[in-house]
Design a protein around this ligand. Structure first.
Ligand code: NAI
Ligand code: NA
Length: 397
């Protein structure tokens, strides 16, 4: 079968398994081109298969030689479906890790469940040396079933202040268009906090603590975003922002707890805006990202997911140059938030129109990054190749 890209708005309906290999390989090559670093030896990554979680796993494994456990929710080939990007990314990671003799294990399923937590803890005890040094929490999900009361919550990408209309990029139609974000009900705000807030992160730490699998000096980092003024309405002051503030509050609770018990630490890290599966569907965000890339590339300070996470780990979490704000948050978004960067993005934001957006933004770069998330648009992958889906279907993460 020949697999071609098929998009629906900010969603990719198909993924290319060979392209995913290239996607992962390029990230590994980047890490290998940098100095090795002293980091954690045993790591658990929740949300390990794409975006920031995958980049983190690659940096830790190939940069610090860490053994990694990855938890992700992904699907393989089923009928006409070509498998999710994270499925193929994980298989590509496995193959590369295998070659280097790096130990890894994947759990594909629902991180929010107690069952998953039990399975992972059992594995750590019986086959992973008994303890972990680091937990990275990099989940992005639209639904969560609360394992305590069994209720399923859905997150909403909505405003909490007023209807917000603003421009975004539609990658399917390759146009700039207005989107409107409605106002969330109190229920929708609560549900979004349930899904994307800190509750599950805390449940993981509690379960791991009870299981006795946390090492002395254990650290945990959850990924969050703040963003600049132009996105406040949709992000900081949106339902997702409410969830992220809950995550930050949770980091303080966990930090106190871990400090006492393990001389450990819990942080939230505010990452740079990037095109990922999760961010591509947030209204307004893709246009902001395309303008931001333009400015950051011109200034020579643009980072992709791997550069961003590698800097967080080598310089901040396991290095001597942490950038921490007054609310105790790690700030690898510091280059995005620089005053000169934001001033230029704002100036472009005022100028951008449906006619000029491809010229004045880094539309091509943002689109390429979006396509590459799904294994497309690599110049060295043959997209006319007839793939043997039956053979590919035998592969498992
Ligand atoms: P992504 O969509 O690329 O990755 C999400 C991961 O969560 C995938 O590995 C997926 O398999 C996993 N997942 C989803 N539901 C799951 C479930 N029920 N059980 C197990 N695994 C599940 O998203 P991205 O962008 O890497 O986001 C990760 C974190 O980084 C999020 O907290 C996001 O808010 C944050 N972030 C993203 C930014 C961006 O610009 N993309 C900027 C700053 C922070
Ligand atoms: Na991720």
């Amino acid at each position: 079968m020949v697999i071609k890209p098929r998009l629906k708005g900010g969603l990719a309906l198909t993924n290319h398994p060979i392209g995913a290999k290239e996607f992962v390989k390029r990230q590994i090559d980047y890490v290998k081109s940098q100095d090795k670093y002293e980091g954690p030896k045993k790591v658990l990554i929740i949300g390990s298969s794409s975006g920031y979680g995958l980049a983190t796993r690659i940096s830790l494994a190939f940069g610090a030689g860490a053994e990694t456990i990855g938890v992700a929710f992904e699907k393989g080939i089923e009928g006409k479906r070509t498998g999710s990007a994270g499925w193929w990314n994980t298989i590509a990671f496995d193959e590369a890790a295998e070659k280097e003799g790096l130990k890894y294990k994947n759990f594909i399923g629902d991180a929010f469940s107690f069952e998953m937590k039990d399975d992972v803890i059992k594995f750590i005890k019986e086959e992973f040396g008994g303890k972990i040094d680091l937990l990275i929490y990099s989940l992005a999900s639209a639904v969560r079933t609360d394992p305590i009361d069994g209720v399923t919550y859905r997150s909403a990408l909505k405003s909490t202040t007023r209807d917000i209309t603003g421009p975004t990029i539609n990658f399917e139609k390759e146009i700039m268009e207005d989107t409107t974000m409605g106002v969330a009900t109190p229920e929708e705000i609560k549900s979004t906090v349930k899904v994307m807030g800190g509750e599950d992160w805390k449940l993981w730490i509690e379960a791991l603590d009870k299981g006795g699998v946390l090492s002395e000096g254990f650290k945990t980092v959850a990924y969050s975003y703040l963003g600049p003024k132009v996105t406040y309405g949709i992000y900081k002051e949106g339902t997702i922002g409410a969830a992220k503030r809950d995550l930050e509050h949770t980091s303080d609770i966990l930090n106190d707890f871990l400090k006492k018990r393990y001389n450990g630490e819990a942080y939230v890290s505010l990452s740079k805006a990037l095109m990922t599966k999760a961010s591509a569907v947030i209204p307004i965000f893709p246009l902001y990202a395309a303008l931001l890339y333009k400015v950051m590339k011109e200034k020579g300070i643009h980072e992709g997911t791997i550069e961003q996470k590698h800097r967080l780990l080598t310089k901040m979490v396991y290095g001597n140059e942490p950038v921490i704000d007054e609310e105790r948050r790690l700030r690898p978004d510091n280059w995005e938030m620089r005053e000169d960067v934001q001033a230029e993005v704002e100036a472009l934001w005022d100028k951008v129109t449906p006619e000029n957006f491809k010229e004045i933004s880094d539309y091509a770069g943002a689109r390429e990054e979006f396509m590459q998330l799904n294994g497309f648009d690599f110049d060295n992958v043959d997209y006319d190749a007839d793939l043997d889906l039956e053979e590919l279907a035998k592969l498992r993460p």
